[in-house]
Design a protein around this ligand. Structure first.
Ligand code: 3UK
Length: 544
């Protein structure tokens, strides 16, 4: 059962009012000694202020091209941003603040400013377009926005349909109306709001199978729990490590790996606005990075580009997550660098990684074992645990868990206290978990989750498209790619030019990474008698 809620500091009770009722939440496990949290807890105090208070203020915290901030500098910036939010933008604890930027130091400062002020950070991927931003803003009833000036246009496009946002400031903006100018007028010290350990501090969005994004609510104690389970038991980094990687801070894989985890141990992190495989490996050399987080496809691309030679770098630990790690990619990376990848499955609902293995103990093809603090099993359709060797649904519980913001889909993710991730897995006799597939319609391509219906919806807006069905098909490089089956309207010809036209069209309508890399023209689509599209039949056609 969920422990009793502590005294909330939220004057705006939006998040607490929209938590799933206790009986619909998962069980929580707090058995590890490190997970005994006080009733009042602000994770910014632990992750940021504590280092300065304990004399580590001069240590390097955040680096980026041309930037090197100590813990004291980040604290100074975050404090000023907290004051701007409260004094100038009228934030009260519990308000939702949208953050929009590529990974850079000011985004990190804004994240801490929001948390210090008792706000709820709502991260958004830089690539999202107005349509997707609107869905998030409306669902989370976002009141404030802090946006990188270079990404403001798309948010402004969404603004007419986002009346809940009453305050917006841009950063990385030298002008008199920018966040930096506002910060200069505020004091450099701030008393963090004394939030309850179970006050919500982030709402992380994940695209559902229907294309309607789901907001997952995480508490201050969840942020600390994520820092206290997988990192010390599996990653085992040190304060002298330099973290680097590609996932956006709006994705909890990136938030944990590139901000929370390094800061929880007083290490430093490198934030990169562009982190394609060549950018990433270049930056590893420039910053002498030692711990890397990225997706399997990125490891593969770096290793392949190296043409089988030896890749000598400062790296000592490399973490792969977001999608299944093919055994071939693990082998390629080991051949190139001598480093055994650390694979881990995490989920936005669980905040971070819950099944993994350390680099001294990897089994190619298996994700690993339950991380200390978590328990996992494989269950059948009746919800009962299956014996080793049988494929079923992955079920997990631990200190973190799924709490969707006012969403019926809570019932599907949490059953009998277990979080069901939507993955088919099998557990072997030694307790190692082996990934099989997704159990739903989510396409995972190069680490991105893409919902079939959303791509279909975009394609259907094109004048040449009569009907369409979208599935994921196996791809050596990206795990899966988006494939669209299209029935054309009369008068349109199935040409290569039209394929390109449809792809460009989707890129304009929704985030470009969701576009169908494969398009096949067909005369009709498989449907049920009631007219429902049968994606499973498209899938079996595609593999034949
Ligand atoms: C899949 C994996 C096999 C799996 C995430 C680390 O990916 C993250 O969160 P999402 O909500 O997606 C969750 C789903 O992605 N997946 C992730 N990692 C693996 N499948 N092997 C893996 N190693 O289907 C899972 O249910 O986008 C990953 C940390 C934080 C995260 N949010």
């Amino acid at each position: 059962m969920a422990p009793a809620l502590g005294t909330s500091a939220h004057t705006d009770t939006f998040a607490r009012d929209r938590l799933p009722p206790p009986e619909m939440q998962p069980d929580y496990l707090f058995e590890l000694p490190a997970l005994q949290f006080p009733e009042q807890l602000n994770c910014a105090t632990e992750l940021l202020d504590a280092h300065v208070a304990q004399g580590r203020g001069d240590r390097v915290c955040i680096q980026a091209p041309g930037v090197r901030w100590s813990y004291a500098t980040l604290q100074d910036k975050a404090n000023r941003i907290a004051h701007v939010l409260v004094n100038q933008m009228g934030l009260v604890p519990g308000n939702r603040v949208l953050l929009r930027a590529p990974n850079n130091p000011m985004l990190a400062a804004c994240w801490f400013g929001v948390i210090k002020a008792g706000g709820i950070a709502v991260g958004t991927m830089p690539m999202l377009r107005a349509k997707e931003l609107k869905q998030i803003v409306q669902k989370a009833e976002v009141s404030h926005a802090l946006c990188d000036a270079r990404l403001a246009a798309e948010l402004k496009l969404a603004a007419p349909e986002c009346p809940s946002i009453t305050q917006m400031l841009c950063f990385n903006d030298a002008g008199p109306d920018g966040l930096e100018a506002a910060m200069a007028a505020q004091p450099a010290t701030f008393t963090n709001v004394a939030t309850a350990a179970d006050d919500c501090c982030i709402i992380a969005f994940t695209s559902g199978t229907t294309g309607q994004p789901k907001g997952t609510m995480h508490f201050h104690r969840d942020v600390m729990a994520a820092c206290l389970c997988w990192p010390p038991h599996v990653l085992r980094a040190t304060p002298d490590d330099i973290f680097i990687g590609s996932p956006p801070l709006a994705f909890t894989f990136g938030l944990g790996g590139l901000l929370l985890f390094p800061m929880s141990i007083g290490a430093s992190t490198v934030l990169l606005e562009r982190a394609s495989p060549p950018d990433l490996i270049r930056a590893v050399r420039v910053f002498s990075a030692t711990v890397m987080f990225t997706a399997p496809t990125s490891y593969r691309a770096i290793a392949v580009a190296h043409g089988g030679g030896t890749l000598r770098t400062s790296l000592r630990k490399c973490v792969s997550a977001g999608e299944a790690l093919p055994a071939a990619t693990r082998a390629l990376w080991k051949d190139a660098t001598g480093i055994e990848l650390i694979d881990g499955i995490g989920a936005t609902e669980m905040l971070h990684i819950f099944i993994s293995h350390d680099d001294g103990d990897a089994r190619p093809g298996a994700t690993g074992k339950a991380v200390p603090g978590y328990v996992a099993c494989v269950v059948g359709d009746d919800g009962q645990p299956l014996p080793p060797g049988q494929i079923g649904k992955l079920a997990v519980k631990g200190p973190t868990g799924c709490r969707y913001l006012a969403d019926e889909r809570q019932r599907a993710y949490v059953k009998d206290g277990w979080n069901l991730t939507g993955d088919a897995y099998l557990m072997d006799a030694d307790g190692w978990f082996h990934y099989q597939s997704r159990t739903d319609d989510m396409i995972i391509s190069a680490g991105y989750n893409i919902a079939s219906p959303e791509v279909e919806e975009a394609l259907l807006q094109h004048p040449a498209v009569a009907e369409c069905g979208v599935i994921g098909v196996v791809d050596a490089e990206r795990g899966q790619i988006v494939k669209a089956f299209v029935v054309l309207r009369g008068g349109h010809e199935a040409t290569d030019g039209l394929v390109k036209d449809l792809q460009d069209f989707v890129k304009q309508a929704i985030a470009p990474y969701k576009y169908p890399r494969a398009v096949e023209f067909v005369a009709q689509l498989p449907r049920t008698e009631t007219g429902k599209l049968q994606r499973f039949r498209l899938r079996s056609d595609a593999t034949r």
